[in-house]
Design a protein. Structure first.
Length: 213
């Protein structure tokens, strides 16, 4: 799969589009907003699923609208999957979260189903491993594609830092433990696609991230 990052919402959240050039099929991860731009980028592709890493508005606020737009275009159902059920309270408060930042066009997200730690998802021959990695939010998950040496990690791990845990439901110790369990167990050459900022690698973070040493 070929990964493309599209920055959405004023928070410049990284929406990830994973496309197979051979088949024209795609998966979208964390469509936080700017749905019309995403629909233009996805024109000509068949989207198999929308995956969500966690329930913050900048990651999921455009998910329902994107699903509806793609279903009209593709004339077929489209699944929205994830995160872990423990983020349901956040998914149901997206509009309220967004309004606090002056954004009034984002919607609550209603996934077709939640995911669980250790399960696998298969789309067009591409397999994603799901790992629960709480701390930033209670139900945060990461998606790992071993075939492409790729980890899509939402707001858990960034280049040189880790995700915020200063929310009422945040837990720094759980976040660090989850990163070490789910991500630092991967080989050094895996590419990490975070929810904000630039990509990194597992090896780079294992060596140089001060929060993990």
């Amino acid at each position: 799969m070929r990964a493309r990052t599209v920055k959405v919402t004023p928070l410049r959240q990284n929406c990830t589009v994973l496309e197979s050039p051979e088949t024209g099929r795609a998966i979208v991860v964390d469509p936080g907003g700017d749905v019309q731009e995403l629909l233009q980028i996805l024109d000509g592709m068949t989207v198999d699923a929308i995956l969500l890493t966690h329930g913050h508005f900048d990651h999921v606020g455009g998910a329902d609208a994107l699903r509806s737009g793609l279903m009209r275009r593709q004339h077929a159902p489209l699944s929205m999957i994830g995160p872990d059920r423990r983020d349901e309270f956040l998914l149901k408060s997206v509009a309220v979260q967004a309004q606090a930042f002056g954004l009034f066009d984002l919607q609550d997200a209603c996934p077709d189903r939640y995911v669980e730690d250790g399960e696998t998802l298969d789309f067009s021959g591409v397999r994603f491993e799901v790992a629960h990695c709480p701390g930033h939010t209670p139900g945060h998950v990461v998606y790992v594609c071993r075939e492409d040496k790729l980890a899509i990690v939402g707001d858990t791990l960034f280049r040189g830092v880790v995700g915020r845990t200063d929310f009422p439901y945040g837990d720094h110790e759980s976040l660090i433990a989850g990163i070490k369990r789910t991500l630092l167990s991967l080989p050094d050459d895996f590419v990490v696609l975070p929810g904000h900022g630039l990509p990194t690698t597992i090896g780079e973070e294992r060596q140089n991230n001060p929060f993990l040493n």
